[in-house]
Design a protein around this ligand. Structure first.
Ligand code: HEC
Ligand code: HEC
Length: 285
């Protein structure tokens, strides 16, 4: 399997995003092209199921970024055999069996991703699913090794495999009062204007959602499908990486990896998306 080195790909993504936003900052709301047209990928490893139902339309106005994608990109996500994220799923399946299976049943992972971030007593803070997996690795599997950062290959592969076990389930953040201050902190960040473009997450993802920005439709920004296979990255990436793209896009400082602010933001975003179905592994342009 071919995977671009994460740093190089991220650098390219950053530059591409920054360029797209700088054009777009003057063109918000102007109509653009019809979005990327991408040939379907080759049939990859044999997945367990292939045809995926579309995320259902909702009575409220919230919708997955899936509905804002071009038909060609939607087709890749609909077909597990065409979705390149399955390379990482298979890798994760093997890693899980080898390193995690002695303590965890795969079946017991059903629904877990839908209720993360969750409070961790030992860390005395919420952990995202990726952080939870890295913590298990550090606490129970290889205590002497350096902790896995968000884009670590093994962490991403295990995260996509674990989150797949929640596919189709509604996002269900825990009713845990200890998470409230974190959600509030995330909410405050979401509405705060950022960067040289002086735009908040809310301006783009609420006010301007559905409008075009340099050719792509601005989605509502729900974290329903992470980790995602992003065509622009040519690889699998975490929600933190996606958010870094948005922050760099408005010329703001990216958040430190696995830091409190990034975790608070993810805790808020999952609450904001409560009830929307998980669609990992999603494909995004
Ligand atoms: C030695 C046993 C052990 C191993 C090995 C282990 N874990 Fe865990 N895992 C635990 C325990 C115990 C917990 C509960 C929290 C804690 O004490 O860390 C947990 C919690 C979790 C959770 C959260 C479950 C929930 O319901 O909230 C996930 C996800 C998880 N582990 C994934 C993994 C992955 C992926 C691996 C392999 C890299 C792994 N674990 C390896 C013992 C283990
Ligand atoms: C200038 C407008 C803009 C701002 C500001 C912005 N974003 Fe985005 N965001 C986008 C666009 C455009 C995309 C989709 C890009 C694509 O897929 O091509 C996106 C994608 C996303 C996604 C992925 C949704 C999915 O379906 O996977 C999330 C989550 C997200 N943004 C959250 C945020 C957060 C949180 C902030 C604030 C820190 C933020 N964004 C700031 C424009 C913006």
């Amino acid at each position: 399997m071919s995977r671009a080195p994460a740093r190089g790909a991220a650098g390219l993504a950053r530059r591409t995003r920054a360029a797209a936003f700088s054009i777009a900052s003057v063109a918000l709301g102007a109509s653009g092209c019809t979005g990327p047209t991408v040939p379907a990928g080759p049939a990859l490893l044999a997945p367990t199921t292939t045809a995926q139902p579309d995320p259902p339309a909702r009575p409220d106005a919230r919708r997955s970024g899936f509905s804002d994608m071009s038909p060609a990109t939607q087709a890749i996500q609909r077909d597990d055999a065409a979705n390149p994220a399955w390379l990482w799923v298979e890798d994760g399946r093997q890693r899980f069996a080898a390193g995690c299976g002695r303590c965890h049943d795969v079946a017991a992972m059903a629904g877990v991703a839908a209720r993360y971030p969750a409070w961790d007593a030992a860390a005395r803070r919420p952990l995202t699913l990726g952080q939870r997996i890295a913590a298990c690795q550090a606490r129970h599997v290889s205590p002497s090794a350096a902790p896995w950062p968000p884009e670590h290959e093994a962490r991403l592969a295990l995260e996509v495999f674990v989150a797949l076990q929640s596919r189709g389930r509604p996002i269900a953040p825990p009713a845990d009062a200890r998470l409230e201050p974190w959600r509030e902190r995330g909410r405050a960040f979401f509405v705060q204007r950022q960067g040289q473009l002086d735009l908040s997450c809310a301006q783009c993802h609420e006010q301007y959602a559905g409008r075009r920005l340099a050719g792509s439709v601005i989605p509502q920004g729900h974290p329903t499908g992470y980790p995602i296979y992003r065509l622009e990255w040519q690889g699998l990436g975490s929600l933190q990486r996606r958010l870094r793209g948005c922050l760099v896009g408005v010329r703001a400082e990216p958040l430190p990896a696995d830091g409190e602010e990034a975790t608070a933001l993810e805790t808020f975003l999952m609450q904001r998306a409560a009830g929307l179905p998980m669609e990992t592994p999603a494909v995004r342009p």
